[in-house]
Design a binder for this molecule. Structure first.
Ligand SMILES: Nc1ncnc2c1ncn2[C@@H]1O[C@H](COP(=O)(O)OP(=O)(O)OP(=O)(O)O)[C@@H](O)[C@H]1O
Ligand SMILES: [Mg+2]
Length: 367
C-alpha cells in the first residue's frame, strides 16, 4: 500500500469529520463523517476548490486554505475574529470555534483545527482540517449559564431588597430611637440623676454606632455607586475604604480602553474584587494590596494581589466547599458564568494573587 493509499484509509476510517486540501487548495480527501456533517458527497467535491460551500454562502477561505497560504496570525484573526487561537499541541496549526447558521436544520457550532501537511523538507504541501460538532456542548453550556445567571440575578435582587429594607426600615427606626432618647435626656435633664443621664448618653452613642454599621452593611450589600458610576468608581470606593478602615497601602493600575463591559460583567468583577478584599481583611495580614484592571483585545484582565501570609491552594477549588468556605468557589462560578477563568496563586509566606480573565465576547448568540 502506498503512503497516499494509507493516508486515504486513515482519513476515511476516522469518525472525526475531516478533509484534506493540496497546495493548490483542491480537495483531495473528504471522509464519510464530513459528508454527513456537510451533506456534500465526496464525489461532488474532490478535485474542486469548493470546500467553503459546506460552511459559507459565499466563497471565502476555510482555515485549511489559510494554512496552505501560510497566512500570518493576524490574517487568520481577520477571518475568525476572537474565535481562533494557535494550537497548543500541533506546530503551525490553528483552531477555532464558530457558529455556522447554514449547517443542518438550525445551524451548528463547530470546533475545527487545521494543520499543515509538510514534505520531507518541511515545505507545506497541503492541509488537513478536522471538525467537531460542539452544538450540544454549547447548548449545555448555555443552559448552565442561563441557570446560573438566574440564580445570581435572584441573589442580587435579594441583596438589593435586604439593603433597601436595612436602609429604609431598620436604619430609620434606629434614627427615631436615637432622637427619642435625645429628647428624653434633654427634657428630663433636671429630673434624672447624673449617672442615669450618662448611661442614656452611652446608649445614644451605641445606637449611633449600630446605625452607621447598618448603613455601611447595606452599602456593601449593594453599592449604589456601581449602578450609578460603574465598575471603576465602585472599585475606587472599595479600596478607599480599605485604606481608611484597615490602613492597608493600595496601588491601583487601571488601564481600560473603551468601557465595553456589560453590566453583568461589571457586577461579576466587582463581586470578585469584593470577596478578594474581604479575604485579604479576614485572612491575609497584608500591608499592601495591588489591584490591576486591564482591557486587552478580547478580554478583561483583573488581578488583586496582597503581600500577606498566603495559603495552600487546593488543585480542585471545589473541595473547599465541604469545609464551609464558599467565597473562592463563588468567585469561580461567577467567572465561569461569563466564560472566563479564575486562577489563584498563593504560597505560604509569599502573598496571594487572584487573577481573573473574562472574554469580552464569547459564544456570540447565533443569528
Ligand atoms: N488573601 C488571602 N490570604 C491568605 N489566605 C487566604 C486569602 N484568601 C483566601 N485565603 C484562605 O483560603 C480560604 C478559603 O477562602 P474562601 O473565601 O473560600 O472562604 P472563607 O473566607 O474562609 O469563608 P467565606 O468566604 O465563605 O466567608 C480561607 O479560609 C483562607 O484560609
Ligand atoms: Mg472568603
Amino acid at each position: 500500500m502506498t503512503a497516499e493509499e494509507m493516508l486515504s484509509k486513515i482519513i476515511d476510517g476516522s469518525p472525526i469529520p475531516s478533509f484534506v486540501i493540496d497546495e493548490q487548495h483542491k480537495v483531495t480527501h473528504w471522509n464519510t463523517a464530513v459528508e454527513s456533517l456537510s451533506n456534500i458527497k465526496h464525489q461532488e467535491i474532490i478535485g474542486t476548490k469548493d470546500q467553503w460551500r459546506s460552511f459559507y454562502l459565499e466563497a471565502r477561505p476555510c482555515m485549511a486554505d489559510l494554512i496552505v497560504d501560510r497566512a500570518s496570525a493576524s490574517e487568520i484573526e481577520r477571518f475568525y475574529q476572537g474565535k481562533c487561537r494557535k494550537s497548543q499541541v500541533i506546530d503551525d496549526a490553528y483552531e477555532a470555534e464558530d457558529f455556522f447558521p447554514h449547517l443542518g436544520e438550525n445551524g451548528k457550532w463547530l470546533h475545527f483545527t487545521a494543520s499543515p501537511i509538510k514534505d520531507k523538507r518541511g515545505e507545506i504541501i497541503g492541509a488537513i482540517e478536522t471538525l467537531q460538532d460542539i452544538s450540544e456542548q454549547v447548548k449545555a453550556h448555555e443552559s448552565r449559564r442561563f441557570y446560573l445567571q438566574k440564580v445570581l440575578a435572584a441573589q442580587e435582587e435579594e441583596r438589593k431588597r435586604i439593603a433597601c429594607d436595612l436602609h429604609d426600615d431598620t436604619a430609620q427606626s434606629l434614627l427615631l430611637l436615637i432622637r427619642r432618647l435625645d429628647t428624653l435626656i434633654y427634657s428630663n435633664r433636671a429630673k434624672i440623676p447624673r449617672s442615669t443621664e450618662e448611661e442614656l448618653s452611652k446608649l445614644v452613642s451605641l445606637a449611633m454606632e449600630i446605625h452607621s454599621g447598618i448603613k455601611r452593611y447595606a452599602q456593601e450589600l449593594r453599592p449604589a455607586i456601581l449602578d450609578d458610576l460603574g465598575l471603576i468608581a465602585a472599585l475606587e470606593w472599595m479600596y478607599d475604604k480599605l485604606i481608611t478602615e484597615q490602613g492597608i497601602h493600595i496601588e491601583a493600575e487601571i488601564d481600560i480602553v473603551g468601557e465595553d463591559l456589560s453590566r453583568e460583567a461589571q457586577l461579576v468583577l466587582f463581586r470578585i474584587a469584593q470577596e478578594a478584599i474581604t479575604n485579604i481583611k479576614k485572612h491575609a495580614e497584608a500591608s499592601k494590596v495591588v489591584i490591576k484592571l486591564k482591557s486587552e483585545k478580547h478580554k478583561m484582565h483583573m488581578v488583586i494581589s496582597d503581600n500577606g501570609k498566603g495559603f495552600y491552594v487546593p488543585v480542585q477549588l471545589g473541595t473547599m466547599a465541604s469545609s464551609g468556605k464558599l467565597g473562592i468557589i463563588g468567585m469561580q462560578e461567577r467567572v465561569q458564568l461569563l466564560g472566563g477563568t479564575l486562577n489563584i496563586q498563593s504560597r505560604s509566606g509569599e502573598g496571594t494573587s487572584v487573577i481573573v480573565e473574562i472574554p469580552l465576547e464569547k459564544w456570540p448568540a447565533p443569528p
